[in-house]
Write a protein that binds this ligand. Structure first.
Ligand code: ZN
Length: 361
């Protein structure tokens, strides 16, 4: 993700924080200052936000470390002002594994809530409101921490995608049903909940409307993603591979690529050095190179060097997931150390459309 600063890494997983996070801190300082809070109170408020983001980080780490048990790596965890994002390389498809990975996050928050409830004396409901007014201070810091963690457990377990609860629901359904069917039912239940939220939101809080809309989109995205993967799971690269493709030499200037771009239909090129593939060059990368360095710059200096070599019998699902995560938009396909073809995203998307159309007949 662009604009994210690396904080470090924990068991091989890079931890990043997005720059907009500083805006959140600035906003908290400003709004507390405007409310006439003194420096100590403002510091408590900032400390509180940091503590919440630490728990969000640990929540995401919970998912990542649970996934690691099933040999699924996590590329990175990014902290955004709206929450955390753990980028798992794939989602476990066995229901019991998905269940463990999905629950691992909220369980971290439940753990924190239980721990804090042990060290503080919980006030009665009547006294609660009184303790919470006037911002965060040394008396109510842990009470607030307890409540936020409890809220994170409840919020994340709403049984709707993209919440963890949506995955829990799908996993439970998938013990009985095919995964695709389970996803569809889970997505529909999620959308139903979203509509209830939106309705309730109109008469109570706009925040509920926001969550409702968020769920509506998330549920549809998950349904589409699973549908795509289930179409692809029956095929291999062999079924879509393009045997004809255009290549350029890394020693050529970018203007040669521009020529090819204008003359033909190809928008992505393989870059060769003698007989080896050394990089790729897409239309966007050509345009960027032109605007930054002009047309005489060598392809070697501007090409995309991220390469993933696959073989013709690699499952198509895997190729698609690699393309989604890679910065390169084309994959060279090798057989016995020989380049035999290429696959790009457009290629695969066309294939999905064709399969979907045939299915409807
Ligand atoms: Zn989570």
């Amino acid at each position: 993700m662009k604009g994210a600063l690396k904080l470090g890494s924990i068991s091989g997983i890079g931890i990043f924080i997005h720059w907009s996070f500083s805006l959140l801190i600035a906003y908290i300082v400003y709004s507390n200052y405007k409310d006439g809070q003194n420096t100590t109170q403002i510091l408590w408020a900032v400390l509180f936000v940091m503590s919440i983001f630490l728990t969000v980080l640990l929540h995401e780490l919970g998912h990542a470390l649970a996934a690691k048990r099933y040999k699924i790596n996590t590329k990175r965890i990014t902290l955004l002002p709206i929450g955390g994002l753990a980028e798992l390389e794939s989602i476990p498809e066995k229901p019991n594994e998905e269940l463990v990975v999905a629950l691992a996050g909220p369980m971290v928050n439940l753990g924190f809530a239980i721990l804090t409830s042990l060290i503080i004396e919980l006030p009665s409901i009547e006294n609660m409101a009184g303790m919470l007014t006037g911002g965060i201070n040394s008396h109510n810091f842990f009470l607030n921490f307890f409540l936020v963690n409890l809220w994170l457990v409840v919020f994340n377990l709403i049984p709707a995608f993209p919440m963890d609860g949506g995955r829990v629901l799908r996993a439970l359904l998938a013990f009985r049903l095919r995964r695709e069917k389970a996803t569809l039912i889970a997505a529909r239940i999620g959308q139903f909940i979203a509509i209830i939220f939106i309705f309730l939101g109109f008469s109570s809080s706009p925040f509920l409307i926001l969550i409702g809309v968020f769920i509506l989109f998330g549920a549809q995205a998950e349904a589409n993603y699973t549908k795509t993967n289930s179409v692809l799971s029956h095929f291999t690269i062999q079924d879509v591979m393009m045997r004809e493709f255009i290549s350029l030499k890394s020693s050529e200037p970018v203007k040669n690529a521009v020529q090819l771009l204008l003359q033909g239909q190809s928008t992505i090129f393989l870059i060769m050095e003698t007989d080896d593939v050394v990089g790729t060059l897409s239309r966007d990368e050509i345009i960027r190179a032109l605007s930054e360095y002009g047309e005489e710059v060598l392809i070697a200096d501007v090409m995309n060097k991220e390469l993933n070599f696959l073989s013709p019998n690699t499952p198509l699902e895997k190729a698609y997931n690699i393309l989604r995560q890679s910065s390169a938009s084309i994959l060279p396909i090798m057989e016995n150390n020989m380049l035999v073809g290429v696959v790009d995203t457009e290629n695969i998307l066309e294939f999905i459309m064709i399969r979907e159309a045939l299915k409807k007949l």
